[in-house]
Write a protein that binds this ligand. Structure first.
Ligand code: A3P
Length: 313
């Protein structure tokens, strides 16, 4: 079931190599008020993306960076492969490797959206974008979206370590410096609080299902079953078990050389809930608690995140 990831790794290797020769202040650019890494995204690609035609059977995963998108990406790819096998859906006339595209919608060259027209259904597409920046056809054509959210303190913690391991993002000398940047809209893909409030507008939409990192950590079997049901994929118990086992942190970390190359070392860090407790000072806790209340207090996504459980010491 392992998909070839050669193009994926090529794009990452090239981006990291290019970024390592750049100055820190050249690494990000702004588009529609949101920052993005220049070695992965471009204005031209954003413009070309407007022509992207979503299909009603696309499997779309939306998640802010560091909320576990690679984890859910693996689960969704496995589910899609099971679906294809059962329905003999995919007419594999071309080599899988030939057809492979970088799984994140907004990353790649300008021709990507043209090539994606040739991809057989069901396509698994991941994005870190906020809903207002997604191509309209996703909503118009009623593609189903799995929205993945994670408690903001662990997102910040994971992002901090990621910035020190990945040359495409500006790194920070200290956690305190990073925290200030995280809270003042300096992150690639924008502010997490704005991300959450924009997506909250879609929390009740028929074609959107929300899942939290924490609930999936607590019960992967239930999570996998719910996700499969949402996308209309029926599973035997054996299939559930296989998806669950392949998506354990240990198993994904072990396979990461194959699936993510050197990038895997940085990506599969701890895979735990509450690592923020090792970094946040009392003052930082207060600041984030306040910001969360201001942006997300009383909202559906705010409740779903169970802030009191996962973000209070
Ligand atoms: P940590 O840095 O807290 O360990 P993304 O894929 O969106 O960049 O998110 C990365 C985060 O998801 C990292 O968090 C990573 O360890 C975690 N992750 C990746 N695979 C996972 C898995 N199978 N189970 C739990 N967490 C996982």
């Amino acid at each position: 079931m392992e998909k070839p990831r050669k193009k994926f790794m090529d794009i990452i290797d090239k981006a990291l190599a290019a970024a390592s020769k750049m100055d820190r202040d050249e690494l990000l650019f702004s588009y529609k008020g949101v920052l993005y890494p220049v070695t992965f995204c471009s204005l031209e690609t954003f413009r070309a993306m407007e022509s992207f035609e979503a299909r009603s059977d696309d499997i779309i995963l939306a998640g802010y960076p560091k909320s576990g998108t690679n984890w859910l990406g693996q689960i969704l790819n496995d589910l899609s492969a099971i679906y294809d096998k059962k329905t003999q859906n995919k007419q594999n006339t071309v080599d899988d490797e030939e057809l492979e595209e970088f799984p994140y919608l907004e990353i790649g060259d300008t021709e990507k959206y043209e090539r994606m027209k040739k991809l057989p259904s069901r396509r698994v597409i991941i994005t870190h974008l906020r809903p207002e920046n997604l191509p309209r056809s996703i909503f118009k054509n009623k593609a189903k979206i799995l929205l993945l959210i994670r408690n903001p303190k662990d997102v910040a913690t994971s992002f901090y370590y990621f910035t020190s391991g990945v040359s495409s993002l500006p790194s920070y000398e200290t956690w305190d410096d990073f925290f200030v940047a995280f809270m003042t809209n300096k992150m690639a893909w924008g502010s997490y609080f704005q991300y959450l409030s924009e997506w909250n507008k879609y929390a009740d939409a028929e074609n959107v299902m929300t899942i939290t990192y924490e609930e999936l950590k607590e019960n992967r079997v239930l999570g996998v079953k719910n996700i499969a049901a949402f996308f209309g994929i029926s599973l035997t118990e054996t299939e559930v078990q296989s998806v669950v086992e392949r998506s354990s942190f240990q198993s994904m970390k072990k396979n990461s050389q194959k699936t993510h190359g050197a990038f895997g070392e940085v990506l599969f860090r701890k895979g735990n809930v509450s690592d923020w407790k090792n970094l946040f000072s009392e003052d930082q806790n207060e600041k984030m608690d306040k910001a969360f209340e201001e942006h997300m207090g009383g909202t559906k996504l705010g409740k779903k995140l169970k802030y009191e459980v996962y973000c209070k010491a």
